[in-house]
Ligand binder design. Structure first.
Ligand SMILES: C[S@@+](CC[C@H](N)C(=O)[O-])C[C@H]1O[C@@H](n2cnc3c(N)ncnc32)[C@H](O)[C@@H]1O
Length: 308
């Protein structure tokens, strides 16, 4: 599979240096100890230099047109095209199917009156291209914070994508002029590992157990809506991802939308594995909002989590 292709319908999950396996699950891939994660830092858009080639194309999602950029994994990370290198590059330069499923599910939730972004604080975890967060910007969110493991992904892909969709979309796609002229979201970009990035996110509780007790004003701050697509593939990362979500979600009305494959062959994570972590903890109710079984890859799902 080519990395960072717009047509990802036939994707399988592939690790850099992958060896042939029976393909039946995580026991095929005992996870190796990872290198220390890169430091947490906020990436400031005005400090981003454009020394990597970025090309842009439209992606149509059931009537919603967004712009997606393309950069070369070789140019950014000096890696040949690959999905990810655990602990070094976590796949953010490729557009994964789940993020498209998530945008479509969010749009459908809006149409059904189940969701509004107007005036809300949004956090997109593991954003890569950032299309769900960009969709939230276009739909009236007040604040959208984008997080990725790699600062380079934010610099060379997410920020240009946000600019393309919010600032330049009106020039590129004349029909979207009216929608774009009203976009006023405060966007910020944070790099770091899920185990540490809470230290730099602006609206985060320091007490991961606060959802069980009466929240303080700071804790109420949180994020109204957390979005994430294709972030639950690695079993070892699930606990830190889930802890982070609990620190970030606004209590008592915050919600989380998560898109993922039901199961990731070769690495063992998946939507069901993540939901079992959520259910074991008991702080959220989980409901399935979309299932995509188009025959092109593993079954994919979009879940919604509401604090109890
Ligand atoms: C498979 S990519 C998905 C990218 C994007 N959401 C999409 O669907 O196209 C996984 C994303 O999660 C992020 N990620 C993976 N492991 C992480 C970790 N331990 N800490 C922080 N971010 C991580 C990566 O940087 C990447 O953006």
């Amino acid at each position: 599979m080519a990395s960072n292709q717009s047509n990802s319908s036939h994707e399988t999950f592939r690790l850099f240096d992958e060896k042939p396996t029976s393909g039946f699950g995580f026991l095929d891939f005992p996870e190796k100890p990872l290198p220390p994660p890169p430091p947490c830092l906020e990436v400031i858009p005005s400090e981003v230099s454009a020394n990597v080639k970025y090309t842009m194309e439209p992606v149509n999602l059931d009537g919603i047109t967004l712009l997606k950029g393309r950069v070369s994994t070789q140019e950014v990370f000096a890696l040949s095209n690959s999905d990810l290198v655990p602990g070094k590059y976590e796949g953010g330069l490729k557009l994964w199917e789940g993020s498209l499923d998530l945008v479509k599910a969010l749009s459908s939730e809006m149409q059904d009156g189940q969701l509004s972004f107007a005036g809300k604080r949004i956090l997109e975890l593991g954003c890569g291209h950032g299309l769900p967060g960009i969709f939230a910007c276009l739909k009236g969110a007040a604040t959208v914070h984008f997080q990725d493991f790699n600062a380079e992904v934010l610099q060379y892909l997410t920020i240009p994508n946000v600019n393309a969709n919010i600032l330049k979309k009106s020039q590129y796609l004349a029909t979207d002029v009216n929608e774009c002229s009203s976009v006023q979201a405060d966007t910020r970009f944070f790099a770091g590992d899920w185990g540490e990035v809470h230290s730099i996110l602006p609206f985060v509780s320091s007490d991961e157990n606060y959802t069980r007790s009466i929240p303080s004003l700071d804790q109420i701050a949180g994020y109204d809506i957390i979005l994430m697509a294709e972030t639950v593939y690695s079993i070892s990362a699930l606990p830190s991802l889930y802890k982070l979500i609990k620190k970030c979600v606004s209590s008592p009305h915050g919600v989380v939308y998560m898109a993922a494959k039901k199961y990731y062959f070769g690495v063992g994570g998946g939507s069901r594995r993540f939901i079992s972590v959520v259910e074991k903890d008991g702080s959220f109710t989980a409901s399935l909002v979309a299932e995509v079984a188009d025959g092109s890859s593993n079954v994919r799902e979009v879940w919604k989590l509401n604090l109890k």
